[in-house]
Ligand binder design. Structure first.
Ligand code: MG
Ligand code: MG
Length: 255
């Protein structure tokens, strides 16, 4: 199947993106001190079900994973960078929570993530979240015909790296469509002018994952899914599904 989508197909992906955005908004509204990750998972599940959509993460079992993913969302707290399991952990004041969500509508997938501080939080964590969101915004702005993948990758991660943040090793964004993870890979760091041409109809998930302290390394938690920063520092993750069109980038994962 071609990587490129027609305008009609992009419209259908927009519906999946809308569901994901609504689920993330609901989770964010309810993510307070004293609420468990499992409760947040239930909230996302009910929003996705209310839309008649299908969760993309639940029971997802890629070859590299030891067990199928047990949740509807990924909930990654503090030093967890991505793929955190929504378990019975109860949120505490100052936790940095990243929530990743995917859903299918009529066989088309949307994928997005947000990070935020629960309660008061530290200025350092808030700046980390802002830097991650800024990296995503720069990436979206570079998702244009006339650019190459290296331009996009450099736009996502270049400034974060210069500012002294780590970028999670071996992980980045991806093509998306009938499956959640499709070609091409969308790296979070690259060299301008290199790589494939960005073409009209390409739909990609752009997802910077920043770590405090400048190191990129991680390890797998014993739950087999959660990736934690090797230096134990906090991490943030922001993601949107974005269509490259003749009129510029269109973010599909908005409410
Ligand atoms: Mg995601
Ligand atoms: Mg993704």
């Amino acid at each position: 199947m071609s990587m490129l989508k027609s305008p009609d197909q992009i419209m259908m992906m927009r519906e999946a993106g809308r569901v994901v955005a609504n689920a993330l908004s609901a989770v964010r509204e309810q993510a307070e001190v004293g609420v468990s990750l499992k409760e947040l998972d239930d909230i996302a599940a009910s929003v996705i079900s209310d839309f008649g959509a299908k969760p993309a993460f639940k029971d997802y079992h890629p070859r590299w994973a030891a067990v199928p993913f047990p949740g509807v969302i990924c909930t990654s707290v503090n030093d967890a960078v991505v793929h955190g399991i929504p378990n019975g952990y109860v949120l505490e004041d100052g936790d940095l929570l990243s929530v990743d969500c995917g859903a299918f509508v009529e066989g088309w997938c949307g994928d997005a993530a947000i990070s935020f501080v629960v309660g008061i939080g530290s200025p350092e964590d808030k700046e980390l979240v802002e830097a991650t969101e800024a990296a995503l915004a720069r990436g979206i702005d570079a998702a244009r015909t006339g650019n190459k993948m290296g331009d996009l990758a450099y736009a996502i991660g270049g400034e974060a790296k210069r500012a002294g943040y780590g970028l999670l090793a071996d992980h980045g964004g991806h093509g998306i469509g009938r499956t959640m993870h499709a070609e091409p890979p969308v790296p979070n760091l690259g060299r301008p002018g290199r790589g494939m041409k960005l073409e009209e109809g390409l739909v990609i998930a752009i997802e910077p994952m920043l770590i405090l302290g400048g190191k990129d390394d991680y390890y797998h938690d014993e739950d087999e899914w959660t990736l934690r920063s090797a230096n134990g520092r906090r991490a943030a993750h922001s993601e949107h599904t974005v269509a490259i069109t003749a009129d510029g980038p269109i973010v599909l994962t908005l409410p």
